[in-house]
Design a protein around this ligand. Structure first.
Ligand SMILES: [Zn+2]
Length: 290
């Protein structure tokens, strides 16, 4: 037996992390400036930080409620469901990954499409679901968007896509990449019919999605600070062997370089879409036949 024993002191440990000291649900911490915000105020402010204006990720259901008239959104093409054409297995089997994504996100795939009205104007609209495998575009996403655009062309409706994606879905290989051409073709036919398409880019809007329908809008709008690009900055830096500007691929930088038409805050998005639809609204079929 030891003569002397180290006395054990119990000390109160205070966490240095702000988020751990705050009762859950009462306050939230801004991801950008770390300001502590009252949860109710954060919700009221559409998950935008009142201190620095940082736009946090916004759930799809809230976005549907924010941008479309109450109760007007009606889902379409939900019957198109994902399959596993390649029998793909990474750390998980692809069907298991889909099932987990469906449970996590509450959506059947990474895009939800349908019709709605925006301040009374009928539109065909799609929302990408980032919580579903990074909002990646597989065969179902491509097919739903293509059918949405084709429906809009047929019924002479403006198309609005709310984009949020990490790119093509690698678990579907080349079938995923083919969606780029398919959706772009639908956009072209819609444009040839003289009908408008507005693309809204939310953080992040990148890779195969950005390189196809997301960048093909007659008007491309982004939320502030949205990451917009094809390859990530590290890959580009290594390829061209040059140091990139600090705000590279951020919405304001992209706007300044002419690849974007507007940067619009979340709170002003519905009014902006309304004005654009009113400006570009297609004439009813009867009038065009005169
Ligand atoms: Zn902030």
């Amino acid at each position: 037996m030891a003569w002397f024993k180290k006395q054990k002191y119990t000390t109160l440990q205070f966490s240095t992390k702000k988020s751990e000291r705050i009762p859950e649900g009462l306050f939230v911490k801004c991801e950008s400036c770390y300001a502590v915000i009252l949860a109710s105020e954060f919700e009221k402010n559409l998950m935008v930080c009142p201190e620095c204006g940082h736009h946090h990720k916004f759930p799809v259901n809230k976005r549907i409620a924010l941008l479309t008239d109450e109760g007007s959104f009606s889902k379409m093409f939900e019957e198109i469901r994902p399959t596993d054409p390649l029998g793909f297995v990474d750390s998980k089997k692809y069907p298991d990954r889909i099932k987990a994504a469906q449970e996590k996100s509450g959506f059947s795939e990474a895009v939800v499409t349908g019709t709605a009205t925006i301040n009374g104007h009928p539109v065909a609209i799609g929302f990408m679901v980032f919580d579903f495998i990074g909002g990646s575009m597989g065969s179902v996403v491509g097919e739903r968007i293509t059918r949405l655009i084709e429906y809009a062309t047929e019924h002479r409706l403006p198309v609005i896509m709310i984009n949020c994606s990490g790119g093509a879905r690698m678990q579907e290989g080349i079938l995923s990449l083919m969606q780029m051409a398919k959706t772009s073709g639908a956009c072209a036919r819609h444009a040839m019919a003289g009908l408008p398409y507005i693309s809204v880019l939310t953080d992040p809007s990148t890779a195969g999605v950005m390189a196809s329908y997301a960048s093909l809008g007659d008007v491309c709008i982004a939320e502030p600070e949205t990451l917009i690009g094809f390859a990530g900055p590290r890959v580009i830096q290594q390829t061209i062997n040059q140091i990139l500007p600090k705000d590279f691929q951020q919405a304001d930088f992209v706007l300044k370089h002419g690849f974007l038409d507007m940067v619009v805050s979340r709170a002003e998005m519905k009014d902006t879409l309304t004005k654009l639809i009113e400006y570009m609204e297609p004439a009813p079929i009867a009038e065009t036949k005169k």
